[in-house]
Design a protein around this ligand. Structure first.
Ligand SMILES: [Zn+2]
Length: 389
């Protein structure tokens, strides 16, 4: 292994570029040099793989990011780099193992002449067991990247084709099940017109289709109600406001979930990280109503406990109480029969002036057993004898 050629460029004093931008310029310079050397060597040598090393994680992250998400300055350079080095592999190298750092930091000619790393490369490349693989920690707050769109970046191809006004139209339904079914059919239609594969024409909806539709409805509601929080999370910033205590995060499908402190527990994922539902939302109300009906009109505590296994409703108990208190069936069941106000007692009973046992009454006969029919047992009856006083 030996140094073949190198190239460096001095940064212009007039342009005040950021360090990541300068690193990107260096990567561009390397790409141009490597492409030229590769074209020359390919004529006489059989080259299988080409590995390019950079010590800037931001620069490598940009190379792994979609061009449409990068801002113009970075996107233009990344595009050229990809065109020149599309079939080569970019890898990360530590600064201390990077020979090009000698030039960046400056080195005397005597030291450079005696420097092994400069002429023969870093030590790890001489290790016969070294494997070329990229261990890269992509920074969360990658600079010069456009913020991801609220909804579209996290939805599948079928979901992307659903226009926003569909969700507004769905709000007219008073049942989450009906809403889900309608959207599931819309998603199926969108899938069927786009795909070349055999189309789905069954009369029934699969549980997967229904689940996908429900999650999409919730995702849309979250993107409306937690706009700022989702925006902060996409930018890699911490959330402020009412959700701060929940330590929320956005999952692979784009749903906002509770982060919480149960990450290492054995309970199911849905209980560990329930989906956050906003308060004062039509979707939340419909989900609570559906659970209340499913549990045969049970009380607010039980409804909330069942919902907590999948959802985290902001101000949950109050939201559930709002629904259960308005339920007509529950209202009828809880109704108490009206009690009559008793009238005043007759004067004889409240104005007794005589002594006890002055007036005495007695029955002339006790109960007599009467058999009403063959099938019925005899029952005690009292004869119609007036009691005397
Ligand atoms: Zn009820």
């Amino acid at each position: 292994m030996h140094l073949l050629c190198s190239k460096s460029r001095i940064n212009s004093i007039s342009k005040s570029n950021t360090v990541p931008r300068l690193e990107l310029e260096a990567a561009l310079l390397l790409s141009k040099l490597v492409a030229r050397v590769y074209r020359t060597l390919k004529v006489k040598l059989n080259i299988n793989n080409v590995y390019l090393f950079a010590d800037s994680q931001i620069c490598l992250a940009w190379l792994n990011t979609q061009l449409t998400r990068l801002q113009a300055y970075v996107a233009n350079r990344v595009k050229i780099i990809k065109e020149l080095t599309g079939e080569f592999v970019w890898l990360y190298v530590n600064t201390k193992d990077n020979p090009s750092d000698l030039i960046s930091r400056g080195v005397s000619p005597q030291d450079l002449a005696a420097c092994k790393m400069w002429f023969f490369g870093p030590e790890f490349l001489h290790d016969s067991e070294y494997t070329f693989k990229c261990i890269l920690n992509i920074p969360n707050d990658l600079p010069e990247v456009k913020p991801a769109p609220m909804l579209a970046s996290h939805v599948t191809s079928a979901e992307k084709s659903v226009p926003d006004n569909i969700f507004e139209r769905l709000r007219k339904y008073s049942s989450i099940h009906k809403m889900t079914r309608v959207l599931a059919y819309v998603l199926r239609f969108c899938n069927n017109i786009k795909t070349e594969k055999p189309r789905l024409h069954t009369d029934f909806l699969s549980s997967n289709e229904l689940h996908q539709a429900l999650m999409l409805i919730i995702k849309y509601e979250q993107s409306n109600q937690f706009k700022d929080e989702i925006h902060s999370l996409h930018k890699g910033q911490s959330v402020k406001g009412k959700l701060i205590s929940l330590n929320p995060f956005i999952d692979k499908t784009g749903l906002l979930r509770v982060g919480g402190r149960l990450h290492h527990s054995n309970i199911p994922y849905l209980q560990k990280h329930p989906i956050i539902l906003p308060k004062n939302s039509i979707i939340t109300k419909l989900i609570i109503t559906s659970e209340h009906l499913k549990l045969l009109h049970k009380g607010p505590t039980l409804v909330l406990t069942n919902l907590s296994q999948r959802y985290w409703i902001i101000n949950g108990l109050n939201e559930v109480k709002k629904i259960t208190q308005k339920c007509i069936t529950c209202f009828k069941q809880k109704a108490i029969a009206a009690k009559q106000l008793m009238g005043s007692l007759p004067a004889e009973r409240v104005t007794a002036t005589t002594r006890a046992f002055i007036k005495v009454g007695m029955d002339f006969a006790g109960p007599i057993n009467v058999k009403l029919s063959r099938s019925q047992m005899s029952r005690p009856r009292y004869p119609d004898v007036p009691s005397g006083q």
